[in-house]
Write a protein that binds this ligand. Sequence first.
Ligand code: NAD
Length: 498
Amino acid sequence: MRDIPHYINGARVSGASGRQGDVFDPNTGAVQARVPLASAAELARAVETAKAVQPAWAATNPQRRARVMFRFKELIERDMDDLAHLLATEHGKVVADAKGDIQRGLEVIEFACGIPHLLKGEYTEGAGPGIDVYSMRQPLGVVAGITPFNFPAMIPMWMFGVAIACGNAFILKPSEKDPSVPVRLAELMSEAGLPDGVLNVVHGDKEAVDAILHHPDIKAVSFVGSSDIAQYVYVTGAQNGKRVQAMGGAKNHAIILPDADLDQVARDLIGSAYGSAGERCMALPVAVPVGDKTADALIAKILPEIEKLVPGVSTDPDAVYGPVVSAAHKARVEGYIQMGVDEGAELIVDGRGFTLQGHEDGFFIGPSLFDRVRADMRSYQEEIFGPVLQIVRAKDLEEAARLPSDHPYGNGVAIFTRNGLAAREFASKVNVGMVGVNVPIPVPVAYHTFGGWKRSAFGDTNQHGMEGVRFFTKIKTVTQRWPSGEVSDQAFVIPTMQ
Ligand code: NAD
């Protein structure tokens, strides 16, 4: 049995708490490795290490810090195939998706390569007589990231890429369900030249998360996961005086107007509703066609595509999507399908009971399609996070646009139309953080910023882009003048009072 270590102070470290978790191969349902679950004392040792090395890292000039990121990028590219294979066999997403997971994280590393420019402050000459004002961004010290299972490469890189480039030391507490890739990423950062102790990976569950939230030397916590835990992390971290950004769950809608290119919509929905078995926070699990004619035409186009969608082993290059992450998650998704049936939605395609020959114990679920889902149904209100597409019919654009705006989650939304004015109005008014216009998964590029609204994000700064730089730095503003004569002769006048 493989043991996955912590990674502290530049070395693999075995767990000492006596507690450990099982890491499954979702393709077979068998336990393939064990992961240690850290105690508060183990977490504290990692923080102590990080705290000791952080000042020297912060004092390393930003160009040299950026060079580590450049080298790290090359190493990830060198090891892309191995990393993607490791990711696919723990998470269950297919290798092509695993490469996408790594690539989208790498793009944040590329963004972080520009850190010397991004950290430049502001300067005002002559704010008063002989008085200049300048501001600088300084790192926070030791910061932490707590990440979900569904993007074990991208989300850690969103966080540590920016945080470390800014001069912080980082504690990563990855998901205990697929923890191997985060350890490899930390090893590659060491190989790229990052000093020991600047990036540490501490595995664990609630105990480790609580230890992070209560540790006085951790100054900021970046969290991504489900909404109830995001809210808990936000509230607890803030109570302990920490800066917290906490991204939560999602239920993203696709609004389809009668003038949309339905062939494109059908293709996009197949990819965005069922890709990665629906385990993406920017998946599109709700389609809202406007008018019954659009709904009927859309269903006629997607049904034959769904029939071709057979899940397969995540390392099979022909598989469109793989198993979900765990037996418990499979049972949860199937529970939501039953809930939809009980609530009166029309189940057109039922993915329950799917088995893959030779992999009968794998966590596979076939694709499901519901029609005539209503906004008052619990199966609509809650996040399913599986290969299930729900169609909610709307009579006009106004009714369709209300659905994502009124929904408790507000991560992403997409509108499909040829009408620029309708799309523009929709993008302006919709109460959701990320909008796609004829783009199904509107994940912003790394130099823009990622974050939803409502129960999809707590805290007020987004991930990556300048928002990420702001989150992981504190701003200091200096107002200075240099006396020309005796210092004691000078009276200090605040510029705005002149
Ligand atoms: P999760 O909330 O179960 O776990 C996230 C992290 O919290 C993990 O590191 C886990 O160990 C920790 N955790 C779990 N239970 C905890 C508890 N009781 N107390 C403290 N910490 C706890 O989420 P998941 O199942 O790993 O990931 C899927 C969820 O993440 C979905 O809801 C998905 O929408 C969301 N997600 C959101 C975004 C976004 O940017 N908004 C991105 C990816 C995933």
